[in-house]
Design a binder for this molecule. Structure first.
Ligand SMILES: Cc1cc2nc3c(=O)[nH]c(=O)nc-3n(C[C@H](O)[C@H](O)[C@H](O)COP(=O)(O)O)c2cc1C
Length: 263
């Protein structure tokens, strides 16, 4: 069973917290994949936290899986289906940290169930606090049906995908209904600006009184994919120390090994 709270994870979260207040771009990282012809591909994506966790509140779960979102129609999906190896380069400019994170990407789409679940564990001693932030508390309340709340024995990827679908902005949600990414520009394409979730049904499912909006929500949700990185190594450089400090975390038999190396 992998540890869900390795030292490098605490380091990333701690350094990110120091950066994000002043540098809003600190959560954007460069994600590399391997194209079908073997050449490298690279793009910017937004880090959305560790899977199953929430920056504002305890969810009752913890993991060591970095989480991103993407549209299932994008090129990176084909690349990842062909070769799941990835590298992330992350520069935090306020504190002068670079993280190079290597691992394997797992795609959580409609119907995905038993993927890397051994990387998610109930967080010991967690209680939903009474001062919990309203949105997150209501997520948990809505998602009870999907066994995603504290004390439930199982973690559900479908519930996590739904939770993330609620969490994204109306602007970003709308893009999942846009014409096929990467294809020739559609001058008369349907590029809606916002897609709001009007209501949540008792079973946690989203609903909209307008049937056309509801169809868009379902179409967008179908294209909405969680990308989670199972990390194999982390290469961390502190650029602002003199001389620079460089530490490499590597996993061997589910144990993390740390080495100080020359910068
Ligand atoms: C600041 C910024 C943040 C982005 N965040 C994401 C993201 O979280 N997920 C994503 O799929 N694309 C994101 N993109 C778009 C990607 O960089 C890329 O253009 C798109 O995903 C298509 O890439 P692909 O063809 O390699 O799949 C972002 C772009 C920028 C500039």
């Amino acid at each position: 069973m992998p540890a869900t709270n390795p030292a490098w994870k605490q380091l990333i979260l701690g350094q990110l917290a120091k950066n994000i207040k002043d540098v809003k771009d600190a959560a954007y990282v460069q994600l590399s994949t391997i194209r079908l012809d073997g050449s490298p591909a690279n793009r910017t994506v937004a880090f959305r936290g560790f899977a199953a966790e929430d920056h504002a509140e305890e969810t009752g779960w913890e993991s060591d899986l970095l989480l991103f979102t993407c549209d299932k129609r994008t090129e990176k999906m084909k690349e990842l289906q062909h070769d799941s190896r990835v590298e992330i380069a992350w520069w935090m400019s306020k504190t002068g940290d670079q993280f190079r994170i290597r691992g394997r990407m797992h795609m959580i789409e409609r119907g995905t169930t038993d993927v890397v679940k051994d990387h998610i564990a109930p967080k010991q001693g967690t209680q939903l606090s009474s001062n919990a932030s309203a949105p997150t508390s209501s997520f948990l309340a809505r998602l009870k049906h999907f066994a995603h709340s504290v004390g439930k024995p199982d973690f559900s990827w479908e519930a996590e995908r739904l939770r993330q679908w609620y969490k994204i902005s109306d602007d970003l949600r709308a893009t999942f209904t846009w014409p096929h990414p990467g294809k020739d520009f559609e001058h008369n394409g349907r590029f809606i600006e916002k897609l709001a979730i009007e209501k949540t049904k008792d079973d946690g499912w989203f609903s909209h009184s307008d049937q056309a909006q509801q169809s868009l929500l379902e179409e967008g949700y179908n294209n909405f994919v969680l990308l989670v990185v199972e990390v194999d190594s982390v290469d961390y450089v502190e650029l602002y120390s003199m001389p620079c400090k460089r530490r490499v975390y590597t996993k061997h038999n589910d144990q993390w090994d740390t080495r100080l190396v020359n910068p």
